[in-house]
Structure formats: structure tokens, C-alpha cells
Design a protein around this ligand. Sequence first.
Ligand SMILES: Nc1ncnc2c1ncn2[C@@H]1O[C@H](COP(=O)(O)OP(=O)(O)OP(=O)(O)O)[C@@H](O)[C@H]1O
Length: 295
Amino acid sequence: MLRLSGVSKIYPGKNPVHALNNVSLNVPSGIFGLLGPNGAGKSTLMSIIATLQRPDRGSIHLGEIDAFASPREMRAKLGYLPQDFGTYPGASAEELLHYFARLKGISNAAEREHQIGTLLEMVNLDAAKNRPVSDYSGGMRQRFGVAQALLGHPKLLIVDEPTAGLDPAERNRFNQILANIGENTAIILSTHIIEDVSNLCRRIAVINQGRIMAEGDPEKLTASLSGQLWQALVDRERADQISKSGQLVFRRIHRGLHLVVIQSETQPAEDFTPKIPDLEDAYFLAVLQKNDGGN
Ligand SMILES: Nc1ncnc2c1ncn2[C@@H]1O[C@H](COP(=O)(O)OP(=O)(O)OP(=O)(O)O)[C@@H](O)[C@H]1O
């Protein structure tokens, strides 16, 4: 339903940044995960889809709507929860939602009342609707942000790193709400939290340095690595050696030792055991591709 074709964006300046490089994507309904490390280009892509900035090249269509020929029509069909959004000190959630609803053109008071009531319940903020949003916890603010983005029944919801900084319980609550919304609305979820994408998304894309490095069904992406991954717990010196071998998928500290995961057709050494691939492996391999000369 959302189609991106050849989208490129350079931030000009003394050292121009090629934030997006020929990005083409088809985003079907359901929750679509956009994964990438810091600086990969996720926020740039989200804000371009939300028509807040224009790409240098490329096109975006939502159904029949050409986003850049008809940005107003596009905006009417989408809701956007940016990475950081400000609120007005002292204004309650309910007051702010009324304000945003009017801005979105929901001029009928009864309709506004109905939508706001339904959304406050959907994001579990009904009991807190009279409290100032500026006093909310991080998780409550994000849930408020979702309610605000869903005013006007958008066909597409864009959420940019919504769970960054939330504690595990709040993150769970937020993801549960996204899953419920995703049953009826297309969602693009940008994040660097692989676990969230793994739990929520039926399709994903991995972006790094402005390029799409992998795309598809997470299960198929991981299944394609079956039989190729090996893991071992080693000391730092050996982990350093393995890191230089060119086979390393990733390493991390595990119980004071170094867990290394490598890609190899055959068992690399006696202490390596086969690893069942997961989305984290697929993610790191996709990001690594770039360093192998994908540019
Ligand atoms: N307004 C801007 N001017 C210049 N460069 C920018 C601007 N916004 C982003 N960039 C650069 O463009 C690249 C992509 O940034 P972007 O914020 O889109 O990435 P991201 O994947 O959302 O990162 P993060 O996970 O850290 O939020 C980065 O190198 C960033 O420094």
C-alpha cells in the first residue's frame, strides 16, 4: 500500500551527508519494521514519508496518492509519532487532543469527543486524561503520542523509535498497543531494538548508511542462515583474533566471557557449537555487508 521508489536525500553543507541512497520499498499492511543502527537514516526516511521534508530524488505513493504531488492528501491519510515531540506545559491530554483534532480538521464537536474518548481508552490513558502531559512518565507520553497520531483515522501510522528510554513494563505496554492498532492500520515502526521488531513485525527492512541492506519476512531471513552459524564462549584474546578473521557476525560479553558468533560452512573449531539463527544474526550480517564494499 505504501511504495517508495529510488528515494535519495543528501543533507548539504561543508561535509554533505548522504542520508538516503536510492531507497525502494514496498510496505504492505500490518506492522513493518525498519531496523538500523544510529545514523542509518531511519528518522530521515520517516520524516520524508510524513512529507515533512522532500527527498532530492525518488517518489512515494500511498495507494493512489502521490505524496509529493499531493502532500495535503497524503497528510490526511497518515499519523506520525516523531522521535521527540514537545507538549505545552500544563495542558492536559484531553485538552491537547481536542486542540490537535481541530488542527486535523475534525470540526464536528461530537465526532471529536467520540474519537478522543475511544483513543484515550485504547492507549490506557482515560484515567489520566485530565493530568498535564508535561507531567507524564516517558511511557505515558509515548502512548499519548500514539493517540494524537491516530486522530482522524489514518491509514498509515509512522512511529519513530517509540520505545527508546522506556522501562521494560512500559515498553511491553506500548508494544501491546501497537500490536492491537496493527490489526487494522498499516504501521511503520522504526527502531534499533531487534527484539521489538522480532515480536511485532511480519515484514522488515534493515537500513544502514542510507541503503536498504535486507528486506523481507523475518522468519525467512533467519531461515536463510540455517546451518551457517557457530558460537563459542572464549577469552578476550581469542575473541580479538576471531574478530579479525572476517567471519565474525557479532560478539558480546556473556557472564564475563566473550560470546562470539561466526558464519562458516563447516565447524570452525572444536569448542564451537551450531547456533540456531535469529533476527539479531540476520540484522548484524545485513549491517556488515556494507563494510564488505556494498557502497
Ligand atoms: N538536519 C540534518 N542536517 C545534517 N545532517 C543530518 C540531519 N539530520 C540527520 N542528519 C544525518 O543524516 C544521517 C541519518 O540520520 P537519521 O537521523 O535519519 O538516522 P537514524 O537512523 O534515525 O539515527 P538514530 O537512530 O540515531 O536516530 C546521519 O548521519 C545524521 O547525522
